[in-house]
Design a protein around this ligand. Structure first.
Ligand SMILES: Nc1ncnc2c1ncn2[C@@H]1O[C@H](COP(=O)(O)OP(=O)(O)OP(=O)(O)O)[C@@H](O)[C@H]1O
Ligand SMILES: O=P(O)(O)OC[C@H]1O[C@](O)(CO)[C@@H](O)[C@@H]1O
Ligand SMILES: [Mg+2]
Length: 361
């Protein structure tokens, strides 16, 4: 038996752990594994191609960030596009080319490791008769069908480390620091990073904020004797008029590139409070580097489970994690519903209890 694997969308610490897990489990069954380069693009005859994966190739990759296969979030397989994430159909001829490659290589099942967008593409391939199993991947941790995705813990760890460092320089200068973090639809990285790093303000897409309230809290924190204020803002937090900050022009068939809300908030806070303010965008520092122990373990378990789903011919299903258990759900469940921060949830209440403002009251 020969199986294929590809990872698609933004990279994520722990992707190599998944590959390591897949190859380990497949080798034990006597199967061969082909890895496609740069996501779905590797399925195209004139694309970036593929490589044979075995335990020698995957030796030592567990602790490596990124992915040895390469990945992409643009190309010929766009399914979820635009700032509003409308669903498009992957062109028929592209699917046919992928089918030909898979047949030619004698691949009997394909593992797709991706976020909501890439799994939408994976589902379309499956509906067209290509046997696919999914593995959820996103540092944003915003898929409803799984309580956790690998990469999230590494990203949060990076935010916490960033806040620890920024706190010392901010204290020295009695400044406000605004830190923009990833989180397109959901504020999980901002929320968890903010709690772990002792932020004073957390701004997320799910809780509309008023800049006057943010400024009011900044004044309050300084007035209570603190020497610095840390504000964490998710890239997907909305402006007062509900719009997102970023770049949409020139990105046909691609989702909007978010970024800039941190600068915007910093400028307004400085203007309204008179406190010196700096902004930092952590950006891809959150996605790079070695995965945490948790992400290595989760990635490995997801990879092994994907092979067992293929063994049981459970195509159209995706690995998931609920209540400390690695299980599986239909891929549809993952692509249709995003897991957002609930404004009245325990974790938000806990943040409020330790003095974090969400800029809403
Ligand atoms: N080969 C491809 N051709 C066109 N678009 C692609 C391709 N691979 C991935 N994409 C697009 O890239 C985007 C990001 O991928 P995905 O949603 O899987 O990752 P993610 O981890 O959720 O990241 P993000 O938060 O950026 O959405 C999606 O809009 C997806 O459709
Ligand atoms: O790598 P790019 O194109 O800058 O993508 C950034 C996007 O990817 C993500 O990191 C998810 O993987 C989002 O949080 C972010 O909006
Ligand atoms: Mg996505």
């Amino acid at each position: 038996m020969r199986i294929g694997i590809l990872n698609s969308g933004g990279d994520c610490p722990g992707l190599n752990a998944v590959i390591h897990g897949v190859v380990g489990a497949a080798t034990e069954l006597g199967w061969e594994v082909i890895g496609f380069r740069n996501g779905f693009e590797g399925l195209l005859p004139n694309g970036p191609g593929h490589m044979k994966l075995d335990t020698e190739k995957t030796l030592g990759i567990l602790s490596l960030g990124g992915t040895i296969l390469g990945t992409t979030n643009k190309g010929n397989f766009a399914a979820k596009v635009g700032a509003d994430s409308t669903i498009a159909k992957v062109p028929k001829d592209i699917i046919e080319q992928a089918r030909v490659t898979i047949k030619y290589l004698g691949i009997e099942a394909l593992i797709v490791v991706g976020g909501d967008g890439s799994l939408t593409t994976g589902l379309q391939l499956c509906e067209e008769g290509i046997p696919v199993v999914g593995v959820p991947k996103t540092i944003d941790n915003d898929l409803q069908a799984t309580a956790m995705t690998f990469g999230f813990d590494s990203a949060v760890g990076m935010v916490v480390e960033g806040l620890d460092r920024l706190r010392t320089t901010a204290e020295s200068h009695q400044r406000v620091m605004v830190v923009e973090v990833m989180g397109r639809h959901a504020g999980w990285i901002a929320l968890h990073g903010g709690i772990g790093g002792g932020a004073d303000v957390v701004l997320i897409p799910e809780i509309p904020f008023e800049i006057e309230k943010v400024a009011g809290h900044v004044n309050h924190v300084f007035a209570s004797g603190h020497r610095s204020v840390l504000i964490v803002v998710a890239e997907g937090a909305h402006l007062e008029d509900g719009k997102l900050m970023g770049k949409e022009e020139g990105r046909a068939n691609q989702q909007m590139l978010l970024g800039g809300i941190g600068v915007h908030v910093a400028r307004q806070v400085e203007e309204m409070t008179g406190h010196e303010t700096r902004d930092v965008r952590l950006g891809h520092l959150q996605r790079g580097g070695s995965p945490t122990a948790l992400d290595r373990i989760l990635g490995t378990r997801f990879g092994v489970k994907a092979v067992s789903l293929i063994k049981d011919k459970q195509f159209g299903r995706m690995v998931n994690y609920q209540s400390y258990h690695v299980g599986d759900v239909p891929i549809e469940d993952a692509v249709n519903k995003l897991r957002l921060v609930q404004p009245d949830s325990e974790v938000v209440m806990a943040a409020r209890a330790v003095g974090i403002s969400f800029g809403d009251r």
